[in-house]
Design a protein around this ligand. Structure first.
Ligand SMILES: Cc1ncc(COP(=O)(O)O)c(C=O)c1O
Length: 385
């Protein structure tokens, strides 16, 4: 890839992560040795079946849940679709939020056409859903609450345990889209009051096109697709065991190195923020409390899309809006939902820091930001917001 500065720096791990080398090796090994269909009775099938069930067992151990509660899907999108469409029917009430990923937001809007009633809670100015607002929205017809764990644009962490307790006390099912959280921080599914939870492997250095829907035992769901009986009929189709084994390996690595990685990422983020403070770049970081590594930042003196394009020319990748909508220069609707002004949202980008980022990469990013952004703030002067 050619660019102005010969850089090759990726600050967009919230969009997707590169594969861990061990994950590639594991997938290659499976692809070479296990081509069988896990549903076949002969030895080829049984070998593939063993890979499938070994992966399920490993993942359930890491997430502290039962093997029967793990459903392999094609990723976060399918998991979210299955959780909502599999549970809700006409006349049910759904409570979700106005800043969910489209794989929840658009599904909720689609379900409304089929007679489902929906309430969309707005995040507060910090980008958090207030559990009190959830409590107020519950009606006798509320069947499901779907509130994301970590917001993909702001990195803000919702109070999942409090939300889950409210749902439990009211006898309502609770689904959370944890695609941006899993692999980054601890979660014990045997003690957290969550009924359904979505996971996508490509956010934790695993392969794309594979994910999980965790669903507590006893929950009855209808499938999105009709076919063979795989995944107890809820995600039918011959299983891709190399993707599944790759996801299991990636989750292994994420859990074994969780503390080390999160401390490293926190350190890189602090260095980035300190360097911005020491510069005369006029900026503001949005959202609190936040998961380290997803930094939503407004640069007051440049359009976000222009900044993305300028950095890209210099070989540095960041994000403007969400990945699914990139290419458009529209202000992010998730940011507008927090009450951010449109003119500020247009100057806001997402810089996401992964485990492979080094101190010198942060220095390169800062040097390039200083070169690109015209600075209105004389060094040391505090600008009134
Ligand atoms: C919060 C959230 N939910 C769902 C998805 C979709 O996941 P997948 O790409 O695995 O379908 C994403 C990915 O961008 C996400 O960030």
């Amino acid at each position: 890839m050619s660019n102005l500065r010969g850089n090759n720096l990726y600050f967009d791990v919230a969009a997707t992560t590169p594969l861990d080398v061990e994950v590639i090796e594991e997938m290659n090994r499976i692809n070479r040795n296990n081509f069988g269909n896990p549903s076949s009775i002969h030895q080829f099938g049984q070998q593939a079946h063993n890979v499938l069930e070994r992966s399920r067992k490993n993942i359930s151990k890491l997430l502290s849940c039962h093997e029967s509660e793990i459903y392999f899907t094609s990723g976060g999108t399918e998991s979210n679709n299955l959780a909502l469409k599999g549970i809700l029917k006409a006349d049910n009430h759904l409570i979700t939020t106005s800043y969910e990923h489209p794989a929840v937001l658009k599904v909720a809007k689609e379900l409304m056409k089929e007679g489902v009633n929906a309430t969309f809670l707005k995040p507060n100015q910090n980008g958090i859903i207030d559990p009190i607002e959830l409590k107020k929205a519950i009606t006798p017809k509320t069947k499901l609450v779907s509130i994301m764990h970590v917001n993909n644009e702001l990195g803000t962490i919702n109070p999942i345990a409090d939300i889950g307790e409210i749902c439990k006390d009211s006898g309502i099912l609770f689904h959370t889209d944890a695609v941006q959280y899993i692999g980054k921080g601890p979660l014990n599914l045997s003690t957290t009051p969550v009924d359904l939870l979505s996971i996508g492997a490509h956010k934790f250095y695993g392969p794309k096109g594979i994910g999980i829907l965790f669903a507590k035992r006893g929950i009855s769901m209808k499938p999105l697709l009709i076919g063979g009986g795989q995944e107890k009929g809820l995600s039918p189709g011959t299983e891709n065991i190399s993707l599944i084994a790759g996801m299991s390996k990636a989750l292994d690595i994420a859990y074994n190195k969780m503390i080390e990685n999160s401390e490293h990422i926190k350190g890189m983020e602090q260095k980035f923020i300190h360097s911005l403070n020491d510069s005369n770049i006029n900026y503001k970081i949005n959202g609190f409390p936040r998961l380290s590594g997803i930094i939503n930042v407004t640069f007051n003196d440049i359009d976000g899309h222009d900044l993305l394009m300028n950095l890209d020319l210099r070989g540095i990748a960041i994000s403007f809006g969400s990945a699914c909508a990139s290419g458009s220069a529209k202000a992010s609707s998730a940011l507008l939902e927090t009450g951010m002004l449109k003119e500020d949202a247009k100057k806001t980008v997402r810089i996401s820091i992964g485990k492979f980022i080094k101190k010198k990469d942060i220095d390169t990013l800062i040097d390039n930001l200083k070169k690109i952004i015209p600075c209105s703030k004389p060094k040391g002067e505090i600008i009134e917001q």
